[in-house]
Design a protein around this ligand. Structure first.
Ligand code: HXC
Length: 542
């Protein structure tokens, strides 16, 4: 043990390490400010106090800090602005809290850096004022500068009423940052309590929204306003709960039963994503042989073309470890989207689901698919498209609901994507939907078809009715003639071989070999480069 003597020379300190430790312990805090720091930290950690923490727990909710501890790797959270407090000086005043109702900082998920904020409902209902907003903005700004995903845990009564227009300005600053970060770093929102009024627009501009069932809600105007304006009684849950937003509105992508499961699912999602748009997603070797074949796939497509089957069987079979993270599972389930791995590499899957509405493309499916494709493209995630689509959904409901506008979104999203794009046509692929579902004509890099593929302008019934109309009408037995013509059309046109002859299909493959072929093709396309004309930005049909 060495120390400096008065004359500046280094001398031996006679104290043993144990003695030194004891002496230090007795002298602590050696300076008042250390004591003050400890007190301030303790105060900040208390949030709104024991009673409010208990109330939070009684509602089945965790506190802001408990949530971060579960979300991030143990001990990895580094907080900033723990000692920052509200501005005060607003009309109405009120108590000022250290931390101002939100924790923000950075930590890691499976060793990768993440920027986070977590609103503390125990402090003024997690309401957002100036300082609170600045802390969130700091996390977002760092995320963009450093290139990390940003995850927000939302649990807030909205704009802090006492801070008036400053609170509105504070929201605007966050919204602008959401837009700035879009496509630069992944943004994830977890709704773990109230989220109302204009406050909903920040999460809705992020890439993925998670909600906790029965303890979270999102709406622009709450049940009281609904009652006074349109005289309708409705609960918060019915108006904007997790079930509504994951099934009807499509605002939320994931609903989980409680805080713990939700945070675990966020960690799972992060594992598929790159940290920013300059990087590729992390490779994870699940030790699943790339050349693994699955003979059962040869029997997946039923002999009867009108019989349904579950596309998830194919998805699960081809992916590494049969692991698939489905996104938006309850919204427009006639189109399945989500993440998996092929040969260790993250891929985004977009697949028609013949088990639901025959896999037809409708308004919701088109919008869901378009947004997913654009996310994958922004973050260097190759697209795998599995096709079994009878067409776009007919009828006035869809037409008047804007199937032309919404279908155009999916078409646009695929056509503008520059990541590797592979399509496998499993069964039906008719008309406009054939072109829209990542066909070669709009830029797919490789298009395979199973021998069971049906690629044509119209399905056999519709086609026969149009091109043999006169013959059918003048026949003695129109029904028999229609069936005969339908069969004739099926034999002539409904197969993958005509498209393969033209080179529109790169190869017709045995179903059992799909996984191996996809992995080899992904390796081949790894360094693909695509140029686009210079422009400020395109004008997608929003
Ligand atoms: C200030 C708020 C607050 C707010 C809640 N609190 N919301 N303080 N500004 N927006 C305070 C409460 O006064 C209370 O403090 C504490 O937080 C807990 O609230 P409770 O009402 O006791 O909790 P609970 O019963 O669970 O109800 C939660 C709630 C309710 C549904 C969120 O508090 C509520 O309706 N709050 C107002 C919501 C609102 O109208 N916000 C503005 C939305 S418009 P004390 O000390 O009394 O316990 C908006 C515009 C954004 O956000 C615009 C962006 C452009």
């Amino acid at each position: 043990m060495t120390s400096r003597s008065d004359d500046g020379l280094t001398t031996k300190d006679p104290a043993t390490p144990n003695q030194l430790q004891q002496r230090n312990a007795m002298e602590w805090p050696p300076h008042d400010n250390l004591r003050i720091l400890q007190q301030m930290r303790d105060e900040a950690r208390q949030g709104g106090g024991v009673k409010r923490i208990q109330e939070q727990h009684d509602k089945g909710k965790l506190t802001a800090r408990e949530r971060l501890n579960l979300l991030l790797d143990e001990g990895s959270f580094e907080e900033f602005d723990a000692l920052k407090s509200g501005r005060g000086g607003h009309p109405g005043g009120g108590r000022e809290y250290l931390s101002d109702g939100v924790l923000s900082g950075h930590g890691t998920i499976d060793g990768r850096e993440i920027c986070v904020f977590s609103q503390d409902f125990t402090v003024l209902g997690g309401s957002l004022g100036e300082a609170h907003s600045e802390k969130i903005r700091k996390a977002m700004d760092h995320a963009v500068r450093v290139g990390t995903p940003v995850i927000g845990l939302n649990d807030s009564g909205g704009a802090r009423i006492q801070e008036g227009v400053d609170a509105l300005a504070a929201y605007g600053e966050i919204f602008a940052r959401n837009v700035n970060a879009s496509g630069v770093v992944p943004q994830i929102s977890c709704i773990m309590g109230p989220c109302a009024g204009g406050a909903v627009y920040s999460p809705s501009m992020t890439d993925f929204v998670f909600m906790v069932e029965e303890s979270s809600y999102m709406f622009v105007t709450g049940p009281n306003v609904v009652k006074s304006v349109i005289h309708k009684e409705i609960s918060s849950e019915e108006l904007g709960g997790a079930m509504v937003h994951t099934t009807k509105s499509g605002v939320a992508h994931f609903a989980m039963p409680n805080d713990i499961l939700l945070l675990r699912e966020v960690r799972r999602l992060i594992n598929y994503l790159p940290s920013n748009s300059r990087q590729r997603p992390p490779i994870l070797d699940l030790r699943d042989p790339p050349d693994r074949t699955d003979p059962a796939l040869d029997y997946l497509v039923p002999f009867n073309p009108n019989q349904a089957y579950n596309m998830r069987v194919l998805i699960d079979s081809i992916l590494d470890g049969e692991e698939f993270l489905e996104v938006h599972a309850r919204f427009a389930p006639n189109l399945v989207v989500g993440f998996g791995r092929l040969g260790g590499e993250t891929v985004g899957l977009i697949a028609n689901q013949p088990a639901i509405l025959a896999g037809v493309l409708d308004n919701n499916a088109s919008v869901k698919g378009a947004r997913f494709v654009r996310f994958c493209d922004a973050f260097n995630i190759p697209l795998i498209c599995l096709v079994d689509v009878p067409g776009f959904m007919p009828g006035p409901e869809q037409e008047h609901g804007g199937i032309i506008r919404h279908g155009a979104k999916l078409l646009y999203a695929f056509a503008e994507a520059t990541v590797p794009r592979i399509t496998v046509t499993v069964r039906k692929s008719y008309g406009g939907a054939h072109v829209v579902m990542n066909s070669k004509h709009i830029g797919a890099d490789m298009h395979y078809a199973w021998p069971t593929a049906e690629i044509a302008v119209l399905g056999p019934r519709g086609a026969a009715e149009v091109i043999y109309r006169r013959e059918i009408q003048s026949s003695a037995d129109p029904t028999a003639t229609l069936m005969e013509k339908e069969e004739q059309y099926r034999k002539t046109f409904v197969n993958p071989f005509l498209a393969a002859k033209r080179g529109y299909i790169d190869d017709v493959i045995f179903p059992r070999d799909t996984r191996g072929r996809l992995i080899r093709t992904l390796q081949f396309l790894e360094d693909k480069e695509t140029t686009r004309p210079n422009r400020k930005h395109g004008n997608i049909q929003l």
